[in-house]
Design a protein around this ligand. Sequence first.
Ligand SMILES: [Ca+2]
Length: 219
Amino acid sequence: MMEVGSAYEGVYDFAGNAYYGVLIYQKAASSSSPAASQPAPTQEPSVSLQPIPGKSGCLQVPVSRVDATSYIEGKNDPTAYAPFRMTDGEETTAFQFSTKTTRLGDAYLYFDFDSPVTLDELWMKNGFWKITGGNDQYTRNSRVKKMTIFVRPAGSSAYQLLRDVTLKDDGARKDWKVIHLDGAENVTGVRIRIDAIYTGSKFKTDVCISEIMFVQKAK
Ligand SMILES: [Ca+2]
């Protein structure tokens, strides 16, 4: 069962936009003919779980949309550190934000799913898993230390507190970090608040996440 905290957080902007869209639709439908006011049933898009190479018994839950409060624009490619870099399947690319732009505790990551899903685990490659010119960017950049995970249940635009997490800092890149989500059910979106960091040796205000993946255990 999902453990749900009592705290309700603010309405998510994008869900708010969707709700606004529903209101407009209902208004338009009520002013049209009775036949037109009966919307045709729409088919729910389904989420197609993907096997994870080398990780038998685990299935990846695809993310349909990823976003963040802010991100650092690359000099040559503005999207070099954009939010989608943490769901692109490449461990050498990373989402990055600056604590000079968005303070810790105000920095959020957002993940949406095409239809309600059950989430057993969140897997994370924390920090920047890249070596550039012989420099390991994992230790030079900052990593996440504490974060708080919220889930948005189907039919709701509000997020509910699921759990907070303190990550160990291994001092080096290792395997995926596995965070248990206890089979959170009927989830259409996840929000993660970044609360504290392990400070990088060179880029102290740049916080990096190379990969985040949501996982269902095969039954
Ligand atoms: Ca990546």
